[in-house]
Design a protein around this ligand. Sequence first.
Ligand SMILES: Cc1ncc(COP(=O)(O)O)c(C=O)c1O
Length: 372
Amino acid sequence: MADDQTMFPQHIRALKPYVPGLPIEQVARRLKLPVTQIAKLASNENPLGASPLALRALADQPIDPSRYPDADCTDLTHALAAHLDVPADWVVAAAGSESILGIVASMLLASGRSAVYSQYSFQAFVNAVQRVGGSARVVPSPGFTVDLEAVANAIGPDTSLVYVANPGNPTGTWLAPQALEAFLKRVPSQVAVLLDEAYREYMPAERCGDSLAWLKRHPNLIVTRTFSKAYGLAGLRVGYGVAQPHLADVMRRLRAPFSVTQSAQLAGAAALADSEFLQRTAEANRQGLAQLGAALQRMGIEALPSSANFVLARVGDGADMAQRLQRRGLIVRPVANYGLPEWVRLSVGRSEENARLIDALETELQAPTDSK
Ligand SMILES: Cc1ncc(COP(=O)(O)O)c(C=O)c1O
């Protein structure tokens, strides 16, 4: 067998595996517990489940799995265009917004080109750049928010892409609309900006900028959103990017044909109308963030302010705490891979799950370390 040195290019050899939250079934098997006793608070999923309108659409319209899905995602694209009030040729549906992050990297990067992003950015930015052999200019983030001034200053002659997530993952911190708008004005027109809004629906209205209006003024802007979080459709894999046609056309050419299943297209289009579920989701999340925030403060645990459906908390040894919580049937996310070994990311769950997490954290923080 050829050795890896000769078979793979250097940038592929350097790829690190994406570390997802552990599946509930796996932890249940390990602990010999029923799945109902496991709380997964590790992947920022919707604890209320899926949009009821999406579920109804799936039940009402059986999918024939022997047929390929609509490669153009026609109905979903038009539903999105109507919902967002943009032309249909600005919309690119994909198998999760993460695949748009990758499509954009392969559209704009190659060896010798760079992307700029902030320290503590979503791991998928890092991987997307690396997969296509681009280099990264990583901007320090001492305050756990994206330093937009420093990001603009880091753009170099080899830079063709900037990734910014608002709110950020794993930080949960957000950017003021005025600051983002001023930043967009500073970015040279030949450098694309991908604004990742995976958690937008959780942001209080006054913190939300009008990113779709910015698209009209900035032909180099790409906005990505997803059905995985607030709409509760993570398992179906459907998200989208919005950009002016000169970018959207190329993105569509790079999208793997038939990658969005018919079920995902159908459910996504139906979920768009589920404003009642979105409101309920945002309200439950607001209450959950308050519940977790108050408890963490009471316990003296530092936590970052969050505009998303999770909170980053400094617990000492994050990997160890995640292990100990897992033994209690609570799956949370250690974030040492982000350079944050003292922190864990806690997704907001249902109120009883949050209460269980708070109790377990309290007990574990009091436990002597030799009881690990
Ligand atoms: C910041 C951010 N962007 C994008 C995604 C990708 O979501 P999906 O591919 O499920 O749409 C996630 C998922 O965790 C995320 O945290």
